[in-house]
Design a protein around this ligand. Sequence first.
Ligand code: ADP
Ligand code: MG
Length: 238
Amino acid sequence: MVEAFAVASGKGGTGKTTSTLALGMALAEDYDVTVIDADTGMANLLFHAGLDDADVTLHDLLVDERDAAVSDAVYERFGMSVVPCGTSLAAFEAADPGRLRDVVAELAADADVLLLDSPAALGSKSAVLPVVLADRIVVVLQPTVPSLSDGLKVQEYAHSYGTDTAGVVFNRVRPDENVDKIAEQAGRYFGGQTLASVPESDAVRAARREGKPLLAHAPEDPAADAFREAAARLDVRD
Ligand code: ADP
Ligand code: MG
């Protein structure tokens, strides 16, 4: 049975898109993984996955008069099925976010794991739906109290819709930062689990510039190791 994860956070720029692709590649070693850019307003997964030229994207699947089949927006990349979203504001405005539910259901038929790269913040239907549709959320945070506070709100929202917490990925951790204390606080509040502490890494930035997920660009980088550890800790249900 498929398990759907929303990769979420309170604020933008915490590393959700980076994490979605890294976790996806790590899980693709054992599972059929489909990654969906469900950040339909500020989509940028396409840039991280070398899909800037994708012809058909998620936006084309969310319009009322749909010409495209779901499979038209699925690209086989890096051992995963990737559904990018376009970057046009007009296409975002023309999209009906409520249609995401049916698209996700159709994609679920061919996957063991769905990863939904989610928008930051709450508020609009398009922002919250990925969290609502997922079985569990992965919360990507900086190891700071404000970031933790933001993440807690996302979790509270998720739980109110019956979505559980898989755990927290602390990202962009600097060598002088000790995440133990904040991880202990997160453990108390986030279903007990720190999935990984991912270091700040030049390889992550370089990967994005190359249009490749970190695990394709620099599989030996310590940040890649941390993401593989996080993927293993997800304990995906069989
Ligand atoms: P989000 O999807 O949450 O907005 P991104 O994954 O797009 O965040 O990351 C935001 C920026 O931070 C990107 O430029 C990315 O390359 C950079 N970044 C993310 N994680 C790391 C990291 N561990 N080390 C260095 N740069 C990172
Ligand atoms: Mg993003």
